[in-house]
Design a protein around this ligand. Structure first.
Ligand SMILES: Cc1cc2nc3c(=O)[nH]c(=O)nc-3n(C[C@H](O)[C@H](O)[C@H](O)COP(=O)(O)OP(=O)(O)OC[C@H]3O[C@@H](n4cnc5c(N)ncnc54)[C@H](O)[C@@H]3O)c2cc1C
Length: 354
């Protein structure tokens, strides 16, 4: 059985030549047809690993972007062949949000035909590309990849997006001090590296316990910025004290055992998250603002407003506002870079025959 009409095969061959180095003979054998079909599947499968903020926002956007683009421009691709897959090791997505919002996000993604795999994790990624130019043991970034999961299943996809967390730089991991299991530096409540006076660790590389919850503060910008401010104040306090040549540190005996200094005048890091937000594709989102749960278009509107107001420079704010406004009215503006062997321009589906 032939899987494609003859005219489509030419387009597919072009796609393959452009995107993967696998060679195709011009014989019409079943092998080649199967090979092309596998390649097509791999090219139209998009996998995002990690169901946190970055993963959910990425999958929502990518799903809308790819499916809208195919519907409007890529007549040779059947939208049913496109798979957009989110893999999350936990039992629910957006674990930082309350359960109801996480479930809402999950249902919204499913409604848009995103395949969500929960309670499973990626254990290996192997390149299936025949490109031998990459160094041994290095994953070839181009071409199909076999993404193996813990339950022994696997997915073949050209596009893999990793949003399952980051670990600090090797140089940070190698510092001789206490680290958490991911290599982040453990600090005391003044943000000093545990056991080290006037030596600070802040931002994503630091493991700082929220005294109110007993859990570590999340690695987000709203904390990193405030940790920077507290650290600056504490450094100034230390310098002022040194200038006065006063006694700088009082160490309580019982605290000393834990390697924690009690410092007079220094500021503790205490910050309550004011809000967290995530978009889940076009005009949809979830937010928790001052403890209130918000979902749908309203949450998405708050998200946009917040990030717009936080953009640096008025010029940038105006540019982005205009761009978002135009996008709302006319939809996305796509630009596709033509490969040298393509002769025809990309025509939107709606303009065909005009
Ligand atoms: C996709 C994504 C979305 C996010 N969205 C949000 C959000 O909506 N809200 C929010 O609050 N947070 C968000 N975060 C988290 C936020 O970006 C981080 O928490 C924040 O940037 C941490 O700040 P930082 O200064 O610790 O690290 P970074 O901002 O990562 O800065 C570290 C800097 O150090 C440089 N560097 C690294 N190694 C070296 C080296 N060896 N020598 C010199 N320089 C080096 C890097 O180039 C970088 O510029 C998001 C993160 C990601 C990845």
């Amino acid at each position: 059985m032939l899987l494609f009409e003859e005219k489509k095969t030419v387009v597919i061959e072009q796609e393959i030549k452009n995107s993967t180095p696998i060679k195709i003979s011009h014989s019409n054998s079943q092998d080649n047809v199967n090979r092309i079909e596998n390649m097509r599947k791999s090219l139209t499968t998009y996998v995002v690993v990690g169901g946190g903020f970055a993963g959910v926002e990425t999958i929502g956007e990518i799903n809308d972007f790819i499916k809208e683009s195919i519907k409007d421009y890529y007549q040779n691709i059947d939208i049913k062949d496109v798979r957009v897959i989110l893999i999350n090791s936990g039992s629910r997505i957006l674990p930082e949000m309350d359960e109801q919002l996480g479930n809402f996000a999950l249902e919204e993604l499913k409604k848009k035909n995103v395949e969500v795999i929960l309670n499973n994790r990626v254990i290996d990624v192997e390149s299936l590309s025949e490109d031998n130019s990459s160094e041994e043991n290095q994953l070839s970034l181009r071409g199909p990849k076999k993404i193996s999961l813990k339950d022994n299943s696997y997915i073949i996809a050209d596009t893999l997006i990793w949003t399952a967390g980051v670990v600090p730089e090797k140089s940070v991991i190698n510092i001789a001090c206490e680290h958490d299991k991911n290599g982040r530096i453990v600090t005391d409540k003044y943000l000093q590296i545990k056991g080290f006076k006037d030596t600070y660790a802040i931002g994503d590389c630091a493991f700082i316990i929220d005294p109110k919850t007993g859990n570590p503060y999340p690695p987000t910008a709203q904390h990193a910025i405030r940790e920077g401010q507290v650290t600056a104040e504490n450094i100034i306090t230390s310098l002022k004290k040194e200038l006065k040549s006063s006694k700088v540190i009082e160490i309580k005996e019982n605290e000393q055992k834990k390697g924690e200094f009690i410092e007079s005048g220094k500021k503790e890091y205490l910050y309550k998250t004011r809000g967290i937000m995530a978009t889940i594709g076009k005009r949809n989102g979830v937010a928790m603002i001052f403890g209130h749960s918000i979902k749908g278009i309203f949450a998405w509107g708050i998200w946009r407003f917040f990030y717009l107001t936080h953009l640096p420079t008025l010029e940038n704010k105006i540019r982005v506002m205009i761009d978002w406004g135009v996008d709302l009215i006319f939809g996305r503006n796509l630009t596709r870079l033509k490969s040298p062997i393509e002769t025809k321009d990309m025509i939107p589906r709606k303009n065909i025959g005009k």
